[in-house]
Write a protein that binds this ligand. Structure first.
Ligand SMILES: Cc1cc2nc3c(=O)[nH]c(=O)nc-3n(C[C@H](O)[C@H](O)[C@H](O)COP(=O)(O)O)c2cc1C
Length: 188
Protein backbone atom coordinates (compact mmCIF):
# COMPACT_ATOMS: atom_id res chain seq x y z
CA UNK A 1 0.00 0.00 0.00
CA UNK A 2 1.37 3.44 -0.91
CA UNK A 3 1.93 5.89 1.88
CA UNK A 4 1.63 9.68 2.12
CA UNK A 5 2.71 11.94 4.96
CA UNK A 6 0.43 14.89 5.59
CA UNK A 7 2.24 17.78 7.24
CA UNK A 8 0.12 20.58 8.69
CA UNK A 9 2.05 23.81 9.16
CA UNK A 10 -0.87 25.76 10.63
CA UNK A 11 -1.25 26.09 14.39
CA UNK A 12 -5.04 26.26 13.99
CA UNK A 13 -6.46 22.75 14.19
CA UNK A 14 -9.74 23.75 12.58
CA UNK A 15 -8.50 26.52 10.32
CA UNK A 16 -8.59 26.67 6.56
CA UNK A 17 -5.37 24.67 6.08
CA UNK A 18 -6.52 21.89 8.42
CA UNK A 19 -9.93 21.58 6.78
CA UNK A 20 -8.46 21.42 3.28
CA UNK A 21 -5.85 18.85 4.37
CA UNK A 22 -8.59 16.70 5.94
CA UNK A 23 -10.50 16.68 2.64
CA UNK A 24 -7.36 15.85 0.65
CA UNK A 25 -6.79 12.96 3.05
CA UNK A 26 -10.31 11.66 2.34
CA UNK A 27 -9.54 11.72 -1.39
CA UNK A 28 -6.26 9.90 -0.83
CA UNK A 29 -7.83 7.25 1.41
CA UNK A 30 -10.63 6.65 -1.09
CA UNK A 31 -7.87 5.90 -3.61
CA UNK A 32 -6.36 3.30 -1.26
CA UNK A 33 -3.47 5.39 0.04
CA UNK A 34 -2.35 5.07 3.65
CA UNK A 35 -1.96 8.49 5.32
CA UNK A 36 0.00 9.61 8.37
CA UNK A 37 -0.75 13.08 9.80
CA UNK A 38 1.56 15.42 11.65
CA UNK A 39 0.71 18.80 13.13
CA UNK A 40 4.00 20.65 13.29
CA UNK A 41 2.74 22.99 15.99
CA UNK A 42 2.25 20.03 18.35
CA UNK A 43 5.84 18.87 17.90
CA UNK A 44 8.85 20.30 19.72
CA UNK A 45 11.65 20.71 17.25
CA UNK A 46 14.52 22.95 16.25
CA UNK A 47 15.45 24.45 12.94
CA UNK A 48 18.46 23.09 11.06
CA UNK A 49 21.67 23.62 13.07
CA UNK A 50 23.88 23.70 9.95
CA UNK A 51 26.11 20.97 11.45
CA UNK A 52 26.32 19.18 8.06
CA UNK A 53 26.27 15.86 9.93
CA UNK A 54 23.60 14.65 7.49
CA UNK A 55 26.12 14.93 4.65
CA UNK A 56 28.41 12.48 6.44
CA UNK A 57 25.89 10.17 8.10
CA UNK A 58 22.86 10.28 5.80
CA UNK A 59 20.38 11.41 8.41
CA UNK A 60 19.60 14.51 10.45
CA UNK A 61 21.76 14.63 13.57
CA UNK A 62 19.33 16.82 15.49
CA UNK A 63 17.30 14.48 17.69
CA UNK A 64 13.88 15.82 18.56
CA UNK A 65 10.20 15.30 17.68
CA UNK A 66 10.98 15.74 14.00
CA UNK A 67 13.37 12.76 13.91
CA UNK A 68 10.64 10.09 13.46
CA UNK A 69 8.88 12.26 10.88
CA UNK A 70 12.06 12.55 8.79
CA UNK A 71 12.59 8.82 9.19
CA UNK A 72 9.01 8.04 8.10
CA UNK A 73 9.38 10.30 5.08
CA UNK A 74 12.10 7.99 3.80
CA UNK A 75 9.49 5.20 3.50
CA UNK A 76 6.72 7.36 2.05
CA UNK A 77 5.74 7.68 -1.59
CA UNK A 78 4.55 11.25 -1.29
CA UNK A 79 4.11 14.17 1.03
CA UNK A 80 1.42 16.82 1.43
CA UNK A 81 2.54 20.07 3.03
CA UNK A 82 -0.11 22.62 4.01
CA UNK A 83 0.66 26.07 5.38
CA UNK A 84 -1.03 29.38 5.94
CA UNK A 85 0.72 32.41 4.45
CA UNK A 86 2.24 34.40 7.31
CA UNK A 87 3.95 37.69 6.47
CA UNK A 88 4.07 36.88 2.73
CA UNK A 89 5.74 33.48 3.37
CA UNK A 90 5.09 29.97 4.72
CA UNK A 91 4.44 29.80 8.48
CA UNK A 92 7.47 29.68 10.77
CA UNK A 93 6.65 26.10 11.73
CA UNK A 94 6.68 25.12 8.05
CA UNK A 95 9.97 26.93 7.35
CA UNK A 96 11.73 25.14 10.23
CA UNK A 97 10.42 21.82 8.92
CA UNK A 98 11.52 22.55 5.35
CA UNK A 99 15.03 23.53 6.46
CA UNK A 100 15.39 20.14 8.16
CA UNK A 101 14.57 18.43 4.82
CA UNK A 102 18.08 19.46 3.76
CA UNK A 103 19.07 16.20 5.47
CA UNK A 104 17.37 14.23 2.65
CA UNK A 105 20.18 14.98 0.18
CA UNK A 106 23.85 14.12 0.08
CA UNK A 107 26.91 16.28 -0.47
CA UNK A 108 26.24 16.32 -4.24
CA UNK A 109 22.59 17.31 -3.82
CA UNK A 110 21.43 13.77 -4.69
CA UNK A 111 18.51 12.38 -2.64
CA UNK A 112 19.78 9.64 -0.28
CA UNK A 113 16.69 7.63 -1.23
CA UNK A 114 17.80 7.60 -4.88
CA UNK A 115 14.30 8.43 -6.06
CA UNK A 116 12.15 11.54 -6.18
CA UNK A 117 8.99 11.68 -4.12
CA UNK A 118 5.86 13.55 -5.09
CA UNK A 119 4.67 16.67 -3.30
CA UNK A 120 1.26 18.31 -3.00
CA UNK A 121 1.31 21.81 -1.51
CA UNK A 122 -1.58 23.71 0.08
CA UNK A 123 -1.42 27.44 0.82
CA UNK A 124 -4.22 29.25 2.63
CA UNK A 125 -4.15 33.03 2.75
CA UNK A 126 -6.13 36.11 3.60
CA UNK A 127 -5.42 37.77 0.26
CA UNK A 128 -8.33 37.29 -2.17
CA UNK A 129 -6.01 36.64 -5.12
CA UNK A 130 -4.80 33.06 -5.47
CA UNK A 131 -1.72 34.33 -7.32
CA UNK A 132 -0.69 36.80 -4.61
CA UNK A 133 2.21 34.68 -3.31
CA UNK A 134 3.25 32.85 -6.44
CA UNK A 135 6.89 33.94 -5.94
CA UNK A 136 6.97 32.38 -2.47
CA UNK A 137 5.18 29.28 -3.77
CA UNK A 138 7.70 28.91 -6.60
CA UNK A 139 10.59 29.40 -4.16
CA UNK A 140 9.20 26.51 -2.09
CA UNK A 141 8.74 24.41 -5.23
CA UNK A 142 12.39 24.94 -6.20
CA UNK A 143 13.70 24.29 -2.68
CA UNK A 144 11.65 21.11 -2.36
CA UNK A 145 12.82 19.94 -5.79
CA UNK A 146 16.38 20.36 -4.50
CA UNK A 147 15.68 17.90 -1.68
CA UNK A 148 14.01 15.39 -4.00
CA UNK A 149 10.36 16.34 -3.58
CA UNK A 150 8.64 17.08 -6.86
CA UNK A 151 5.56 19.30 -6.63
CA UNK A 152 2.87 17.76 -8.83
CA UNK A 153 -0.16 19.60 -7.41
CA UNK A 154 -0.50 23.01 -5.76
CA UNK A 155 -3.71 24.21 -4.16
CA UNK A 156 -4.10 27.88 -3.25
CA UNK A 157 -6.93 28.77 -0.87
CA UNK A 158 -7.38 32.57 -1.00
CA UNK A 159 -9.67 34.97 0.85
CA UNK A 160 -9.70 33.53 4.38
CA UNK A 161 -10.43 36.14 7.00
CA UNK A 162 -8.02 35.29 9.81
CA UNK A 163 -10.57 36.43 12.44
CA UNK A 164 -13.16 33.92 11.26
CA UNK A 165 -12.47 30.77 13.20
CA UNK A 166 -13.23 28.01 12.52
CA UNK A 167 -12.80 28.92 8.86
CA UNK A 168 -15.96 28.59 6.72
CA UNK A 169 -14.99 27.04 3.42
CA UNK A 170 -17.18 26.53 0.36
CA UNK A 171 -18.51 23.21 -0.88
CA UNK A 172 -16.72 23.88 -4.15
CA UNK A 173 -13.37 24.21 -2.39
CA UNK A 174 -13.98 21.04 -0.38
CA UNK A 175 -14.72 19.13 -3.59
CA UNK A 176 -11.61 20.62 -5.17
CA UNK A 177 -9.52 19.44 -2.20
CA UNK A 178 -11.02 15.92 -2.31
CA UNK A 179 -10.30 15.72 -6.05
CA UNK A 180 -6.74 16.97 -5.48
CA UNK A 181 -6.24 14.05 -3.07
CA UNK A 182 -7.54 11.59 -5.67
CA UNK A 183 -5.41 13.12 -8.42
CA UNK A 184 -2.31 13.14 -6.21
CA UNK A 185 -2.74 9.42 -5.55
CA UNK A 186 -2.52 8.79 -9.28
CA UNK A 187 0.83 10.63 -9.48
CA UNK A 188 2.48 8.46 -6.81
C1 LIG B 1 0.69 36.15 11.75
C2 LIG B 1 -0.18 36.16 10.54
C3 LIG B 1 0.32 36.68 9.37
C4 LIG B 1 -0.45 36.66 8.21
N1 LIG B 1 0.10 37.14 7.06
C5 LIG B 1 -0.62 37.07 5.90
C6 LIG B 1 -0.06 37.52 4.66
O1 LIG B 1 1.09 37.97 4.58
N2 LIG B 1 -0.83 37.43 3.55
C7 LIG B 1 -2.10 36.92 3.57
O2 LIG B 1 -2.74 36.84 2.52
N3 LIG B 1 -2.65 36.47 4.73
C8 LIG B 1 -1.95 36.53 5.88
N4 LIG B 1 -2.49 36.06 7.06
C9 LIG B 1 -3.83 35.43 7.00
C10 LIG B 1 -3.75 33.90 6.91
O3 LIG B 1 -2.82 33.50 5.93
C11 LIG B 1 -5.09 33.29 6.52
O4 LIG B 1 -6.13 33.72 7.36
C12 LIG B 1 -4.97 31.77 6.50
O5 LIG B 1 -6.04 31.24 5.77
C13 LIG B 1 -4.96 31.18 7.90
O6 LIG B 1 -4.86 29.79 7.79
P1 LIG B 1 -5.36 28.80 8.93
O7 LIG B 1 -6.82 29.09 9.16
O8 LIG B 1 -5.11 27.46 8.38
O9 LIG B 1 -4.54 29.06 10.13
C14 LIG B 1 -1.76 36.11 8.24
C15 LIG B 1 -2.25 35.59 9.45
C16 LIG B 1 -1.49 35.62 10.59
C17 LIG B 1 -2.04 35.06 11.88
Amino acid sequence: MKKVLIINGSPRTNGATSQVLAEIEKGLKKSGISCVDYQLNKLTFKGCQGCMGCKKLGYCCVHDDLSPVLQELKNADGIVIGTPIYMFAVSGQTKLFMDRLYSLIDHDYKPYSGTERKLLTVYSMGNPSENAYVNEQNRVKDAMKLVGLQETIRLSVPGNNVYEYPAKLSETLMRQAFTAGEKFSSTL
